[in-house]
Every structure is written in structure tokens, then in C-alpha cells.
Design a protein around this ligand. Sequence first.
Ligand code: HEM
Length: 473
Amino acid sequence: MTCPKSDIPGPRTWPIFGNILLVSQFNSTPKRAKFVEDMTRQYGPMFRMFLGPYQIVFVQGHKHVLDVLQKRGREFIDRPTFIPGIKLAEKVKGGSGIAFANGDDWKGMRRLSLQAMRDFGIGKSSLEENIFEEIQNVADDLEKINGAQITNFKKMMIKANCNVIHSLIFGYRYKHDNEFLQKLIKTMDNIFSGPGPLSASGIFPVLNLVMKDNFKVRKEGLSTLKKYIEKHITEHRESFDQENIRDFIDMYLVAEKEESERTSVLNPAALLNSIIDLFTAGTDTTATTLDWSFLWMIQYSDVQKRCQEEIRKVIGPGRMVRLSDRRHLSYTEATLMEIQRLSNTANFTLPHVAVCDTTINGFKIPKNTIIIPSLISAHFDETIWRDPKEFNPGRFLNKNNGIINKEYLIPFSLGPRICPGESLARSELFLVFSNLLHRFEFSKVNPDDILSLEGITGLTTTPSPYRLKADLR
Ligand code: HEM
């Protein structure tokens, strides 16, 4: 047995501050992947930085990411709720929900949200019907402007996704031109525009004066969303009928009743914060992935044509593509997989933390070390993928047109903290993508338009601004 190596490579640290400027740069740069690439060139694929007293270790490459998230996922299961960036955000919210909760609180609300997605969503026709309604609304809008330039396609996708989650949680949707829907989306934008969990100004508040870490905007966004959710919870309590469970809130009310005799982890603050998490984690991620999808399709029109040809053959004219068609639409499925591999809407997972003294790749990892597994590094790992930077849906297909290499694609992370919205997101991605391709031809506004396929990082990684047009087929 070899002794663990003690010092993980990393930049020189300063007393008290550690590497605060570098961590801030990581936190706020629109080119996060490039920042990590540069650090990797200097220090190797596993490197560390210090945010004040807190050590942050970046883990890269498929093998080590898999080890940390899945094989030994229990050793890195928690979130670093002790760091000020998270503490502050939780204080504004007034408690924790799912994404930044640990222990029994996390387990209780995560279980309930998974159950909600099972009961109201995945595999149930009601979810499919909800998504169809959203697709119809988007298609109507596209038809109205048939062939005209669209500069903010994501906005259309956000409305649709926001409604799907809204129906799941509150039991109803908005028309796409409804003023409340616009306000809700703006509120979520404000929440996303705030600093990430590794914010340095969370540790040294004086930095708020010089940094762009805008807690104020996030605070206002969270407080507006809280009021909105509270109003719905009150209305649900008043109209609750055990025989007619309408949505996630009703499901919580049932669980609350059943558990009230015992010590329960379910409480109104946990419900409120879990709804905030489902909303914020679920809307932007899926919409951004769809935004990426159509960008790839106008760049690779040959792939678009092949998907459309497959859909035409399997579905024919006159009906929508359904989830049950997925297994017959392998090329379309493989295309979506390749889009997710290259787009990396989430470049990294949320921060994890070592719950005990342990090791990664032979390096000593003391308890409470913050771990940032890189999903993008696993998707570009040359030991797994041939020509990883190339767009090639064929890498997910065998010669019989069957799906392969699924296990290496990890946009939703892996292990105990794997995204609980994965099935919902995959259903939405497939239905929206295939049905819109079935009805419209997407293309560059001008064939000479040069598209950037480099992402801009905020809390998610979005495409650089682009324009496209959609013509009825
Ligand atoms: C394409 C869409 C999506 C992508 C790429 C995505 C990706 C991720 C990733 C990478 C994580 C972090 C996992 C980790 O830290 O190891 C995560 C967590 C999470 N996601 Fe998603 N997600 C998507 C859609 C959704 C949807 C639709 C929902 C809910 C309706 C959702 C809810 C959550 C929640 C609540 C967490 C925190 C889980 C926990 O801490 O236990 N996500 N997601």
C-alpha cells in the first residue's frame, strides 16, 4: 500500500485570504471552462485553491469524477453548508430545501420530490399532455412569425419549461403572453444573476463594494418568489382534498399529515425552499439545453435533416412524437446525447464536501474539503471519447442503430446527489426537440452567419447570442 501524497498542487496561497482572487475569478468568469483549462495546464488535472480557510479541490477526468460521485459517492455526499456563500443564501431563503440541504432534511425533501415526479410526471400521460400543450404554444408562436429572425430562442424555451414545472408544483400553467409568467421568469433571472456558492464576498463582505457579486438582486428575487409560493401554499391548505391530489404541494400536505405523529423532517420552510430549488434548478437548465440543441442543428444542418428523416419515417405526418416513440428514434436520441455531451449546460456539479478524511487519486483529502467534480472534463476525456471536440451523434450508435456509450454521458451528475429532475428533463428535451424538428426547418438567418459554439458561464453555461429562423415544413 502506498502512503497518500499530502500536498495537492495549486497556486501559492496567502495568509487569511488563501487564493481569494483566483476563486472569485472562477466564480464570476464567463469562461469558466477556459479558466480551469489554464489552471490544469499549470497544476495538473487535480488541483486546489483556498477560499480563505476553505480548501477547494477540482477533480477532473472521467475516472476520478466517477470515483468521487458514484463509486465513493457516500464519502462526498454533503454540500459545504458551512461556507458563507451558501449560509447567506440559505439565510435569505429562511432554511434549506434540497440542493443545499444535508442529512435527514435533504433525504426527506428529495424523496418527496422524486415521488412527485413519478406520480405526476414520468411515464404518466398527464406530463406528456402538459408538455404537448407547451410545444403547441411554441409552435403557434413560430408559425406566426414563420421564417422571420429570432434572436432570443431561449426565452421561448424558458416559458415552456417554467410552465411544465409550474403545473407539477402548483397544478396549473400560464398562457405564454401572461404578465405573471413574464414576472416569474424575470424573478428567476434575478436569482440566477446573484453570486454562486463559492462567492468570496460571502467570506469578506467588504468585497461587495468592489465585486460584482450582487446579493441584493438575488435577495429581492428570492423574496418575491417566496411570497408567490407562500400564497399558493396557503391556498392549497384551504382547498386541500385528500381524495384529489393535484400536485407537489398537495403531496407534501399528505406526507405532512402522515408524519405529524412522528418526528418529521417535513416543515413549511423545507417545502417552500424545495419549491424554490425545483423551480430554479429545473427551468433554466432545461431551457438552456434546448437553446443549445437548436444552435447545433442550424450549424449541422445535415444532422438536422437526418433526424427529420428518421422522425418522418417513424411517425409520419399528422401526429405528435410521443415518449413511447423514443426507442424507435435512435438517431434523434443519439443527437440529443451528443448535444448534451458537447454543450455542458452544467460544466461542474454543485459543490460537494468530504464527510470524512479520505483520498482521491492518492492525494490526502481532509474532512470538510470542498470538492468540485468537472462534468465537462469527463465529456472531453480522450481516454473515453475519440476526437472529443467533434460533433458526431454516431458515437452513441452501434452498427444496428442501437444506443451505446450511455454510461459515459453524465450531464446530470451521478451517485446519491444525481439530479432528481433527470427523467423530467430528458422527457422535455426529447419531446420539444423532436416535435419542433418534425414541424419546422431551422436554419441560419443568413447562410454566411458565423456561429460561436463556445459557451458563456453563469450558474449554467449558455450559448453565445445567436439568431435563427424557423420555417414550416
Ligand atoms: C437539462 C436539464 C438539467 C441538467 C443538465 C441538470 C443538471 C444537474 C446537476 C449537474 C446537478 C448537480 C448534481 C451534483 O451536485 O452532483 C443537479 C442538481 C439538481 N437538479 Fe438538475 N439538471 C437539470 C434539470 C433539472 C430539473 C428539470 C429539475 C427539477 C424539476 C432539477 C432539479 C435539481 C435539484 C433539486 C438538484 C439538487 C439535487 C441534490 O442536491 O440532491 N434539475 N442538476
